[in-house]
Design a binder for this molecule. Structure first.
Ligand code: HEM
Length: 538
C-alpha cells in the first residue's frame, strides 16, 4: 500500500477554528504517551537522587521553564474581547472597503485595550494613555485600527518614539515608578519637547483615568486616506464613541481601585460581557477633502499633535462594534495577538504623517522578537478569516505543511496559482501618490505650533474638570526630585493658560513664571471658521 495509517492525518487535534484540542481521557506527555503519575519524579530508591532518564520530569520542567515570552515593549498590560462590527453602509461614498460599505454587513473583531507604560503586572487605574486596538477579520483581509483613547500623540515624528518611551518607562536605576507619569525623566522630556504639551493636557485631565474600558473613546489619531469605488480620495480621522458614554474616575477612586483591585478594568470588561452587558462603540469618521494641501482650516492634518474640532468636521457614524465574548485563553489570544498599522484593506490607505510612517515599520519588527520569528500570522488569533495563499515558507515555528515544489512566480512546475489580483479583483492597489522633494531631516513650519490646541483643550473643560487637571499637574510634578524640571514645566504651562500655570505653581509652592501670553483660542483660525453643514457622507 502507500503506507498511510489511520493516524496520518496532520490535522488531528486541531479544531476548525484552529484551536489545539486537548482530547482523550488520559493524561499524556506532549508525545501522547499515557502517564501513570505526574506527582513523583523517578528516583533511585524512595530517598535517592532523581534519575536523568525521567523524560516526563524533564519535559514537564523544560516546558514550564519556557512558558514566558517577552512582554510588549509598550502596551504590555492589556485586556481583550471578541466581538462583531456591523456596518451602517454610510461610508460607501468615501471608501470601497467592503466591511464598511454594505449596510448590515457583519465582521468578526478582536479588541485589545491596554495601558502604555506599565509592565504586564501593573495596575489598571493608573494615569496613562490607553490603547484601543481593533482587529477586523474582513473578507478582504485583516484590517487593524491600532488606536488610543487620546486623539493626539506626544511626538510628531516616529524617530522620537524610543526617546519618549525611554523617558516614560521606569527609571533605569531603580525601575520605579512602575506605571505613572510622576517622575523626573517623563517631565524632563515633555518640558524639553513642547510638542508633547497637547497630549500631556489630555493625560493630566480626567481622560487619563477612565472609569471603564466600556466608557472610553478611541481614536485612530493619524489622518488616513480613504478611496472609493471611483478612485476618489478623502482624508479622514477615525473615532470610536462608547454607547455607554464617556466616564472617568476621580483621582481618589483610582487610587483606591489600584490598591483594592489592580485588575479593576480587566475585571469590569470580563464581568460585563459575562453578564450579557456587551460593551458597544460606534465607529465614526471626520471627513476632510484630499485637496493636496494635507491641511484643513489651517490645521496640519499630518501633525499627530493636532485634532480637527468636531465643529469643523462632524463625526459621521459608519458602524457599530459590540464586544460579546471573552477570550478562552489569555496567553493564546490577548498576549499573542499582533496588531499592525500596516494591516490595511483596499479602500483604506496611509498618509505622510511622519509618526504613522515609523509605526508602519515598528509593529512587524517588534513582533518578530516578541513572537519568535516570522510565522506568528499562523497563530489562531492572528489568522485571517479569508483565503490566504502566500509564497512565504519555512522559518521558526512553521505550522503549515505547504504542498508543491515551486513557491515562486512564474513557475512551470506547480502551475499558475496563486496569481496576482487586479484592483477589480480585490487587489490592494495604492492610489497613485505624487512623491517628490529633497531628502531632508526637517519639519514643516506648521509643526511649530505646540500650544494653541493645548489652550483650546484647557478652555473647553468645565470648572471642575479644570480643578482636576490643576490637581493632577500639581501632584505629578510634586513627585519630581529636580526643581529645575518643575520650573521648566511651569514655563510650558504659562504658554497654555496663565491661570492654569499660576494655580499649579501655587500648589507646588513656586513662583509662577511670567511666560508669554497664552494663545487666544477665540481668534484661532480653526474656531473662527466653524462649519456646521453635514460632511460629504451624511
Ligand atoms: C503597541 C497605539 C505610536 C510602536 C501599541 C498598541 C497600541 C498602540 C494600541 C498595543 C497593541 C496591542 O494591544 O497589542 C499607538 C498609537 C500611536 C503609537 C495610537 C500613535 C498615534 C507608536 C509609535 C511606535 C509604536 C510611533 C514606533 C515607532 C509600538 C510597539 C508596540 C506598540 C513596538 C508593541 C507591539 C507588540 O509588541 O505587539 N501601540 N502607538 N507605537 N506600539 Fe504603538
Amino acid at each position: 500500500g502507500n503506507g498511510s495509517t489511520p493516524n496520518a492525518d496532520s490535522d488531528r487535534g486541531v479544531a476548525s477554528d484552529g484551536a489545539l484540542r486537548q482530547e482523550g481521557e488520559f493524561l499524556t506527555t506532549a508525545q501522547g504517551v499515557r502517564l501513570p503519575d505526574t506527582d513523583h519524579s523517578l528516583k533511585a530508591g524512595e530517598r535517592g537522587p532523581t534519575l536523568l532518564e525521567d523524560f516526563h520530569l524533564r519535559e514537564k520542567i523544560t516546558h514550564f521553564d519556557h512558558e514566558r515570552i517577552p512582554e510588549r515593549v509598550v502596551h504590555a498590560r492589556g485586556a481583550a474581547a471578541h466581538g462583531v462590527f456591523e456596518s451602517y453602509g454610510t461610508a460607501k461614498k468615501v471608501t470601497k472597503a467592503q466591511f464598511l460599505t454594505k449596510k448590515g454587513q457583519q465582521t468578526q473583531v478582536f479588541v485589545r485595550f491596554s495601558t502604555v507604560l506599565g509592565s504586564r503586572g501593573s495596575a489598571d487605574t493608573v494615569r496613562d494613555t490607553r490603547g484601543f486596538a481593533v482587529k477586523f477579520y474582513t473578507d478582504e483581509g485583516t484590517f487593524d485600527l491600532v488606536g488610543n483613547n487620546i486623539p493626539v500623540f506626544f511626538i510628531q515624528d516616529g524617530i522620537k518614539f524610543p526617546d519618549i518611551i525611554h523617558a516614560g518607562k521606569p527609571h533605569p536605576d531603580r525601575e520605579i515608578p512602575q506605571a505613572q507619569s510622576a517622575h523626573d525623566t517623563f517631565w524632563d522630556f515633555v518640558s524639553l519637547h513642547t510638542e508633547a504639551t497637547h497630549h500631556v493636557m489630555w493625560n493630566m485631565s480626567d481622560r487619563g483615568i477612565p472609569r471603564s474600558y466600556r466608557t472610553m473613546e478611541g481614536f485612530g489619531v493619524h489622518t488616513f486616506r480613504l478611496v472609493n469605488d471611483s478612485g476618489e480620495t478623502a482624508l479622514v480621522k477615525f473615532h470610536w464613541k462608547p454607547v455607554a458614554g464617556i466616564h472617568s474616575l476621580v483621582w481618589e477612586e483610582a487610587q483606591i481601585a489600584a490598591g483594592v483591585d489592580p485588575d479593576f478594568h480587566r475585571r469590569d470588561l470580563a464581568d460585563s460581557i459575562d453578564a450579557g452587558i456587551f460593551p458597544e462603540y460606534e465607529l465614526g469618521i471626520q471627513v476632510m477633502p484630499d485637496d493636496g494641501t494635507d491641511s484643513f482650516h489651517g490645521i496640519d492634518l499630518l501633525d499627530p499633535t493636532k485634532i480637527v474640532p468636531e465643529e469643523l468636521a462632524p463625526v459621521q457614524l459608519v458602524g457599530k462594534l459590540t464586544l460579546n465574548r471573552n477570550p478562552t485563553n489569555y496567553f493564546a489570544e490577548t498576549e499573542q495577538v499582533a496588531f499592525h498599522t500596516g494591516h490595511l484593506v483596499p479602500g483604506i490607505e496611509v498618509t505622510n504623517d511622519p509618526l504613522m510612517q515609523a509605526r508602519l515599520f515598528s509593529y512587524l519588527d517588534t513582533q518578530l522578537t516578541r513572537l519568535g520569528g516570522p510565522n506568528f500570522a499562523q497563530l489562531p488569533i492572528n489568522r485571517p478569516r479569508c483565503p490566504v495563499n502566500d509564497m512565504f515558507r519555512d522559518g521558526m515555528h512553521q505550522h503549515a505543511v505547504h504542498p508543491g515544489l515551486a513557491p515562486y512566480r512564474p513557475n512551470s512546475i506547480d502551475g499558475d496559482l496563486p496569481r496576482p489580483a487586479s484592483a477589480g479583483q480585490g487587489g490592494y492597489v495604492q492610489v497613485p501618490r505624487a512623491i517628490e522633494g529633497p531628502a531632508v531631516r526637517a519639519n514643516p513650519a506648521s509643526f511649530d505650533d505646540h500650544f494653541s490646541q493645548a489652550t483650546m483643550f484647557y478652555r473647553s473643560l468645565t470648572p471642575i474638570e479644570q480643578v482636576h487637571i490643576i490637581e493632577a499637574f500639581t501632584f505629578e510634578l510634586g513627585k519630581c526630585y529636580e526643581q529645575a524640571i518643575k520650573e521648566r514645566e511651569l514655563i510650558v504651562l504659562s504658554k497654555v493658560d496663565t491661570d492654569l500655570c499660576e494655580q499649579v505653581a501655587a500648589g507646588l509652592g513656586l513662583p509662577a513664571p511670567a511666560g508669554e501670553p497664552a494663545n487666544d483660542v477665540t481668534t484661532s483660525p480653526a474656531l473662527s471658521q466653524v462649519v456646521t453643514e453635514p460632511g460629504p457622507i451624511a
